[in-house]
Structures are given as structure tokens and as C-alpha cells.
Design a protein around this ligand. Sequence first.
Ligand SMILES: *[C@@H]1O[C@H](CO)[C@@H](O)[C@H](O)[C@H]1NC(C)=O
Ligand SMILES: *[C@@H]1O[C@H](CO)[C@@H](O)[C@H](O)[C@H]1NC(C)=O
Ligand SMILES: *[C@@H]1O[C@H](CO)[C@@H](O)[C@H](O)[C@H]1NC(C)=O
Ligand SMILES: *[C@@H]1O[C@H](CO)[C@@H](O)[C@H](O)[C@H]1NC(C)=O
Ligand SMILES: *[C@@H]1O[C@H](CO)[C@@H](O)[C@H](O)[C@H]1NC(C)=O
Ligand SMILES: *[C@@H]1O[C@H](CO)[C@@H](O)[C@H](O)[C@H]1NC(C)=O
Ligand SMILES: *[C@@H]1O[C@H](CO)[C@@H](O)[C@H](O)[C@H]1NC(C)=O
Length: 450
Amino acid sequence: MVLRVLLLLLGLQAAIVSPTVDAKGHGHSYRVVAANKLQPKPVCSALRVTPPSNRTWLPLYHRNGPCAAAPVVHSARTTILGRDQDRADAIQRALSNNSTVSTELGIALGLGTLEYVVAVGLGTPPVRQTVLIDTGSDLSWVQCRPCHLPRCHRQRDALFDPSKSSTYSPLPCGSPACARLSARNGCSRSNRCRYIVNYGDGSNTTGTYSSDTLTVNPSDVVPNFRFGCSHAETGFPDADRTDGLLGLGGDAQSLVTQAGKSAFSYCLPATASDTGFFTLGVPNISSSRFAVTPLYRSAQSATFYFVILQAITVAGRRLDVPRSVFSAGAVMDSGTIITRLPPPAYRALRAAFRAEVIKMYPPAPAAGILDTCFNLTGVPNIRVPRVALVFDRGVAVDLHPSGIIQYGCLAFASNRGNRSAGIIGNVQQRTLEVLYDVAGGAVGFRRGAC
Ligand SMILES: *[C@@H]1O[C@H](CO)[C@@H](O)[C@H](O)[C@H]1NC(C)=O
Ligand SMILES: *[C@@H]1O[C@H](CO)[C@@H](O)[C@H](O)[C@H]1NC(C)=O
Ligand SMILES: *[C@@H]1O[C@H](CO)[C@@H](O)[C@H](O)[C@H]1NC(C)=O
Ligand SMILES: *[C@@H]1O[C@H](CO)[C@@H](O)[C@H](O)[C@H]1NC(C)=O
Ligand SMILES: *[C@@H]1O[C@H](CO)[C@@H](O)[C@H](O)[C@H]1NC(C)=O
Ligand SMILES: *[C@@H]1O[C@H](CO)[C@@H](O)[C@H](O)[C@H]1NC(C)=O
Ligand SMILES: *[C@@H]1O[C@H](CO)[C@@H](O)[C@H](O)[C@H]1NC(C)=O
């Protein structure tokens, strides 16, 4: 405990010392960050900042970090970035007219890149279930007994056992909720509604569409929450031990819609050993502390939440990119890792960023979709040019250094086509509280929230 407090104090001191001014005094151009602050530690760090409200927040962790107490899986970065491209492609297919991932269940993008988990209680009495959060899908599910290997996967918590919950019920085939699933979902011999989700990356889950009490936390209990009780799935990432998925999209099956909440928010931590948070409902914090931009929806999909970029600044200078380049909008996504930009915007960002960094660090080979990399070997304190995303209504959001550099590379990539929507990936969202005010039609950003 004493050691933990000491480490925390040292950490805070480093944080106070590090956001400094560069040698020429250009304090607005760079932030200096200790290289080890961008790397996960072997032990979990608690939330560093007082959470927004004592009411409804849940700790949120990276699924492979020490906080989630799952085995640490070191996938190769090319594997991770390859899966990320699959997810970005699935989003863009879903938004094009020749969609194959858009189903009656809403969008289902794939499980491969989902990274952040929360623990909720399911059933009566509540049983802890650690689930991936996903703003890119709607239907929630957990593995339920019976669930045999290898059709199911080993999981972190006890398998949810419907027979032990006094509030569980399988939804009958004739129920309206079952009828809203697609015809392909069908009926079991015992008149139970069968659901199937086929994700865009080829993974799938199937079982009984059910309802039970969901305890997000003691003050947010959702009775008759509809979810999939999974008895088989395919393509779940190797060695992942999470119990299921919590769908946070905008369609009818999502937690947000079912709970009748007008908003939710999360803060994704800087590294896999730091703690973030998730809140359901409008956070108990002055709205003036959020930078707020309009939230848009698409006729192609009720699932996604869109924002519109206007501009990008690098080291305080606005890139010379016309606003019209961003007109397809950008999907705010918890599950895509790297932000995708329209090609002209990406090219301008890359040129400006490279011009700043190349004065300090030698280039390094590209890594998958990341083509702007630097050799940071042995650099104890990294100078990261400031990058801000300027959203609709002129809302500028200054990114944390952990939201700019990943794997020693500029953590942005280009879309293939000029007309595709962009994606605001989870790397760029790190340390910001991102508020999805669904009823109010706004997305808010609050800096330094975790
Ligand atoms: C929130 O905190 C305040 C003061 O710290 C306390 O009076 C109140 O009971 C807390 N509410 C809940 C729901 O814990
Ligand atoms: C739509 O379908 C056409 C023809 O099958 C294909 O060439 C094109 O890439 C598809 N568009 C998207 C965005 O997937
Ligand atoms: C899809 O089709 C609609 C009209 O049917 C059109 O307005 C829209 O631009 C098309 N979207 C794409 C991405 O091609
Ligand atoms: C799930 O995917 C596997 C492998 O692609 C396939 O064999 C299986 O039929 C699929 N299950 C369902 C219910 O679609
Ligand atoms: C919200 O916060 C204010 C002060 O920060 C407190 O007085 C109020 O009780 C809180 N409301 C809830 C629901 O926690
Ligand atoms: C990075 O720089 C170090 C020494 O500064 C060197 O040993 C190493 O080979 C370089 N790596 C690459 C990929 O260029
Ligand atoms: C994409 O946009 C750029 C700049 O606006 C333009 O030069 C280029 O021709 C466009 N490409 C296509 C395929 O439309």
C-alpha cells in the first residue's frame, strides 16, 4: 500500500514536470512525455482522477492489462492492425449501399479489436460478468451454461447459469422482442427464441434470446434486460477470457435504448495498466466542462454515432484542408483502434507531423497501416507535437500524447476512398471522457478525465 502511494506520488510529480515547453519556448507546439508513461506496467493503477460522480460510474479496463486480471496476450502489432483494418472495412461496408454486415440485428462488426471491459451483474442474485463494451453493435450477450469447449471459450468469471437466477426467462418465439430479430434467428423445439449474430469479421455467436435483471451498479438496475444467452460461438479471439459483450449502439437492442437512458460516457485510459470508467446516464458534472459538438445519425444504420470534423491542427497550426473533405462525417467508435481520415486530410496531417518530428527523431519502417514511424529507441522523454481535432461548431479537442503515438508511429491512417466516412478510433479517445448525449444530439469531450 505504502509502495503504491509512493508510486502514485512519483507518477504525479512526473506528470507535473513533464508537460513542458520545448527548447525554443514553444509551449504550445509540443508535449514532452516520459516514454515509460506510454507503456503499460505489470501492476494495475487505480483511477488517478476523482470520477465524475459517486453515483453511476463503473471502472473500465483494457481486456489484456493487469487490471482485468486476464492472461496478458501479446498479439503481434501486425495482427492487431490487420484486425483493425477488417473492422474499419466492415464499418464502411455497413454505410455503403451494398451492405452485407447490416442485419435485422443492427450492425455487427466483429470481436477482434474490442479492447475495453467492464464488470456488470446479471440475474438475481447478480453474478459478475466481465463484458467488452462496443459502440458498434447493439445486441448484448454472455456465455450461458451449458457452454462446452471448444464451441465456447474459457472465461474469467463463473459461467452464467440461467437455472440459478430467479428472474431469468427465455423469450418465447412469439414474443414481440423475438419477432424483431430476423427470420434467420428462428425458434428452438422448446419454443425458445434463438438468436444468431454473424459479425463482419466472420465470427458469430448463437443461443437463446433471453431476459433477466442487469445490475450496471446498485443505482442502475435494468429489469427484463434482453440479451443473448450464448451456447456457441466462433472466432472469439484466442486466449480472450471475457464473458461476453455489452452493445452500446443506437439501435433498439442496445443497453442505452433498453435502459431508457438518454446518455452514456466512458473514459479510456492511457495504457493497458491504467483504469478508466463507464457511466450510464448523464454524468453528474457541469456540462460546461465538456467541449460539445453535434451528434449525427445515418439513414444507413441506426447503430452508429457520427461527428463531423472541420479541421486538424498540428503544433498549433491548422492544416490546409478544405472542410468539404470531411463532409462524409466520422463514426465515433469504441472498438476501432486507429483513427481513419479522408485521404487528403491524412496526407496533410502526415506531412505536417513528419516535418515536426523528423527534426528530432530518425524515421523507422512502416508498421502495417501505420506509415509514419520513428525510431524512439533509448529516448527517455518523447517530444510529441500537439495534435487537435476540430469538430463541428469549432470544438477543438487537444489529444493526449498517448492518443497520437502508438507503436512509435503516428496513430492515424488513411481511408481508401475520398467519400468514405472517417472513424474516430479509441487510441485518439484516450484520457478523454467521451459523452454520448443520445437524446440531446451531442457528443462531449472532457480532457484529463482518467
Ligand atoms: C455522493 O457523495 C455525497 C458527498 O460525498 C454523499 O452525501 C452522497 O450520499 C453520495 N451519494 C451516493 C449515491 O453514494
Ligand atoms: C460495393 O460492391 C461493389 C461490387 O460488388 C464493390 O466493388 C465495392 O467495393 C463495394 N463497396 C464497398 C464500399 O464495399
Ligand atoms: C446510397 O443510395 C442513396 C440513394 O439510394 C444515395 O443517396 C447515397 O448517396 C448512396 N450512398 C452511397 C455511399 O453510395
Ligand atoms: C458460425 O461460423 C462457423 C464458421 O464460419 C460456421 O460453421 C457456423 O455455421 C456459424 N454459425 C452460425 C449459427 O451461423
Ligand atoms: C451531483 O453533484 C452535486 C455536487 O457536485 C451533488 O450535490 C448532487 O447530489 C449530485 N447528484 C447525484 C445524483 O449524485
Ligand atoms: C534505432 O536506433 C537504434 C540506436 O539508436 C539502432 O540500434 C536501431 O537499429 C534503430 N532501429 C531501427 C529500426 O532503425
Ligand atoms: C480525392 O480528393 C483529392 C483531393 O480533394 C483529389 O485530388 C482526388 O482526385 C480525389 N480522388 C478521387 C478518386 O476522387
